[in-house]
Design a protein around this ligand. Structure first.
Ligand code: UD1
Ligand code: UDP
Length: 361
């Protein structure tokens, strides 16, 4: 059985790599296809996981539009799939790469497996355009690998047949377990800071770019100045994000602004943080494994498990709501590293299910 794994952005590599490596280590025929929707940030992750994509579609353009990504991936992926004739195509998450690869495979009558199926915020415009991408992928693929029971229920509510849905956990936990024990966390993060107990921040969502992002940064500035807590912030490569960050906190001594870091360094920074402020999906899923409370700076969430378990707060994006969430987070001390998103066995489950062994379900 020949399996193609298509990915293009940083989080897709992180969450596909453990599944791809699991298949590969068992001697399965695997083909890695990088769209390179993210050039530098994808390459960084591909290297960490030791992947060597057979194909690199090199689609990224500076300040790319969503439709440009769709067009370039579609045009460049089709001949690859036609040549390779895989039995199955794996896509992950809700990016434009994932949606387009799914559509391309569907048009060629190749079955698709969706890793991280069933996440829903309930608002088509938040996250934008990811909520639409998820729904379109989930309608059309053969295997829906839902990370949690809640994700499965979302799919059932939409009328998706139960025999296509498998609750397997989130492969991000497999990824962090693969990486975590490889390195000395403390020495890695000493490249950026002499002491622990800082806030780790990431921001990049399209729907937050603009006033929302400015409000989050202003609230964090106020909190950091009042408490003396530093903020370590690897700034996403998106030029629109960079402009806002530079205008709002570029010269602010409370902020340690750094380039995006590879996965080893990011986990080391997570490990040393007091708590996390983020609009990222993956970071919300990883933080519980490091006992870090998460301030989710978004208006909606598709990861209610975090909030319901008391491991994070949905802070919104107004200055006042973010500022009070930061104060709330400052008082938290999580004691358990139990993670509601997975147990590190997702790749194994996906392997067994696609091989017809449903023992896990
Ligand atoms: C994309 C995904 C989002 C995911 C995020 C992960 C879509 C619609 N969005 O959003 O779901 O959470 O990736 O980070 O697919 N850039 C570089 N180098 C890089 C990466 C990005 O220069 O390595 C710049 C480019 O100018 C690019 C811009 O960032 O045009 C935005 O990248 P894009 O992939 O279009 O959107 P993201 O906001 O990163
Ligand atoms: N991450 C990383 N380096 C960074 C910032 C984030 O390795 O400088 C990792 C992080 O651990 C998480 C993933 O990137 O697994 C999240 O990516 P992002 O926030 O870009 O996308 P999302 O998860 O929101 O789709």
């Amino acid at each position: 059985m020949k399996s193609c794994f298509v990915f293009g952005t940083r989080p897709e590599v992180i969450k596909i790599a453990p599944v791809y490596l699991y298949f590969k280590n068992l001697g399965e025929q695997v083909i890695a296809i990088a769209t390179a929707q993210h050039r530098e940030m994808m390459d960084m992750m591909v290297e960490v996981f030791g992947m060597k994509p057979e194909y690199d579609l090199d689609v990224m353009t500076h300040n790319q539009s969503l439709n440009t990504i769709v067009a370039r991936v579609m045009e460049r992926l089709e001949p690859v799939l036609m040549k390779e004739k895989p039995d199955i195509v794996f896509v992950q998450g809700d990016t434009t790469t994932a949606f387009t690869a799914c559509l391309c495979a569907f048009h060629l009558s190749i079955p698709v497996a969706h890793i991280e199926a069933g996440l829903r915020s309930g608002n088509l415009y938040d996250p934008f355009p990811e909520e639409l991408n998820r729904r379109l992928i989930d309608i059309s693929c053969k295997y829906l690998f839902a990370p949690t029971e809640k994700a499965k229920q979302n799919l059932l509510r939409e009328g998706i047949e139960e025999n296509r849905i498998f609750v397997v956990g989130n492969s991000v936990i497999d990824a962090l377990q693969l990486i975590r024990d490889r390195v000395n966390m403390i020495s890695l993060r000493r490249k950026f800071t002499d002491s622990d107990g800082y806030i780790l921040m990431t921001l990049h969502r399209r729907e937050n770019i603009g006033e929302r992002m400015r409000s989050v940064l202003r609230a964090t500035t106020r909190f950091a100045q009042e408490t003396g807590i530093k903020v370590i912030f690897p700034v996403h490569k998106n030029p629109r994000v960079r402009q806002i960050v530079s205008e709002e906190v570029g010269n602010n001594p409370s902020f340690i602004l750094i380039e995006p870091v590879d996965y080893l360094h990011f986990l080391s920074l997570l490990d040393g943080a007091k708590f996390v402020v983020t609009d990222s999906g993956g970071v919300q899923e990883e933080a519980p494994s490091f006992k870090k409370f998460v301030v989710v700076v978004r208006e909606t969430t598709e990861r209610p498990e975090l909030i319901e378990a008391g491991l994070g707060v949905l802070a919104g994006t107004s200055q006042q709501s973010v500022y009070s969430a930061l104060n709330q987070a400052n008082d938290k001390n999580l004691s358990s590293s139990e993670n509601p998103f997975g147990d590190g066995k997702t790749s194994e489950r996906i392997y067994r299910i696609t091989r017809g062994d449903n023992v896990w379900c």
